[in-house]
Design a protein around this ligand. Sequence first.
Ligand SMILES: Nc1ncnc2c1ncn2[C@@H]1O[C@H](COP(=O)(O)OS(=O)(=O)O)[C@@H](OP(=O)(O)O)[C@H]1O
Ligand SMILES: Nc1ncnc2c1ncn2[C@@H]1O[C@H](COP(=O)(O)OP(=O)(O)O)[C@@H](O)[C@H]1O
Length: 174
Amino acid sequence: MDGFTIWLTGPSGSGKTTLARALKEKLKNKGYKVEILDGDEIRNTLYPNLGFSKEAREMHNRIVIHLAKLLSRNGIIAIVSLISPYKSIREFARKEINNFMEVYVYAPLDVRIKRDPKGLYAKALKGEISGLTGYDGVYEEPDNADVIIDTSKMSIDEEVELIIKKAEELGYLG
Ligand SMILES: Nc1ncnc2c1ncn2[C@@H]1O[C@H](COP(=O)(O)OS(=O)(=O)O)[C@@H](OP(=O)(O)O)[C@H]1O
Ligand SMILES: Nc1ncnc2c1ncn2[C@@H]1O[C@H](COP(=O)(O)OP(=O)(O)O)[C@@H](O)[C@H]1O
């Protein structure tokens, strides 16, 4: 089987990491080889002091695109969990990676602030950090995502099913 890339984009706290893990579990149980490429994890492993300027994010996102391309052309399903706030970079990912689907992982700001899994919104609200994506940092919403998921309205199981159904429709899963 050819591999493919499931590109999860969305602001902090929208549910990318949670969804990536649930998708991995489901696909592995179906017998597929799966890797998660998580933005936060790659940053912490390779370049913990990179920061969040536009240039830094673009460079980092290009590295993830390259990794996803290598994995998916070798029969592996790459699940990318990456804020990837810029449309141009996500369009570049679609061009670079043969079998590609973009999933917009959305949740309204008030829900993200309530969830605040890493305490970043609390810090942003207190003015301790700035440039938090989706708060006072840029997030360019996708306008041609293959799937849009509102994680404040759906269960994790429903989200996983929707993505798998779309992957089947696109011919990536048998
Ligand atoms: N200013 C600012 N903006 C956005 N995110 C911030 C920031 N500072 C720290 N963090 C933490 O870094 C994680 C984002 O990493 P990514 O590699 O996914 O982001 S990006 O694609 O380079 O924009 C992100 O992870 P998630 O919360 O899982 O999205 C945050 O935990
Ligand atoms: N339907 C859902 N889908 C995804 N996450 C959800 C959902 N409902 C509640 N959550 C919670 O929202 C939070 C999302 O955090 P996380 O997955 O780390 O987001 P991100 O990786 O986008 O920053 C988690 O605490 C998760 O348990």
